[in-house]
Design a protein around this ligand. Sequence first.
Ligand code: PEP
Ligand code: MN
Length: 344
Amino acid sequence: MMIIMHPGAPKEQVSGVIAEIEKQKLSSHVIEGVEQTIIGAVGDGHYVAKEIFEALPGVMSVQRISQPYKLASRQFHEQDSVFQLDGFTIGENQIPIIAGPCSVESREQILEIAQSVKEAGANALRGGVFKPRTSPYAFQGLGEEGLEYMAEAREKTGLPIVVEVMAVSQIKMMEKYVDVFQLGARNMQNFNLLRAIGETRTPVLFKRGMSATIEEMLMASEYILSGGNTKVMLCERGIRTFETATRNTTDINAIPVLKKLTHLPVIIDPSHSTGDSAYVSAIAKAGVAAGADGVIVEVHNDPAHAISDGKQSLTPEAFAKMVKQVKAIAEAVDRRLVDQHERV
Ligand code: PEP
Ligand code: MN
């Protein structure tokens, strides 16, 4: 439920409400607005009467959140969530572009790609070092060695790094390196992993499971939010349908639907949603036109020889062209790309 405080309610009254929430074995999540504080109280579903909170000093009203997801809902957090990532803002009118290879393959490869995506306008670098491959015999990633190369690429370009975490046991080690955890489609309902990521304060790029409904996606993101990690970006990366002409089907509808249901930023991944470099730019533009708050795209210096996802990887030249076109679309919908000069 949401406990809405009177405008200007003093800190002691807010603390009193939080103490009662804890007494009721619920957890509290505070949103401090300019005029008013709202406190979310969530728990394991056991019934707690709202009158208990209505009687407390400073409380203006108490409302139950009607959706099954609570902290992710717009009802709880009406305004878009906005947070900082190494000098630029996610969730405002600016659109960041995250680019890089599917997998980190070598030091030279990642340093070269990092430099070229930066020159073409990327704001963050992606690159997997633990790869969720369909076959156990396929390349599984460079592990910590790959993170060292990613960290070097960050140092050389200033781009923050986004890397997929696949297991609870990797979190502690990876936190030392990464700016953003990617939670992969195949792990979207790995609830232990979600809870463990929720205990960190590292921002998360949260990918939709390939067969997950929008509601399942929001419920799963709730596992992270309820642990107190509020920096969650949702990513539409395509879903499985009967169509075989493309690797997945981009659920463009999901973008405005998510923007209506949740305050969390929404990122489009046109690489995995199409599986073909020929369609990536079109779907990046469609995503931004539909209201996406950012784009994540696979770029490789030699797609034909990429160890993973070469077919869907853009060359640096094709990426540069895509960025120019996405910029025009962003401006047409009253947004803009992040200006690299704004970075600190
Ligand atoms: C990836 O980003 O390389 C990846 C494996 O993505 P997804 O989890 O969306 O398949
Ligand atoms: Mn990939």
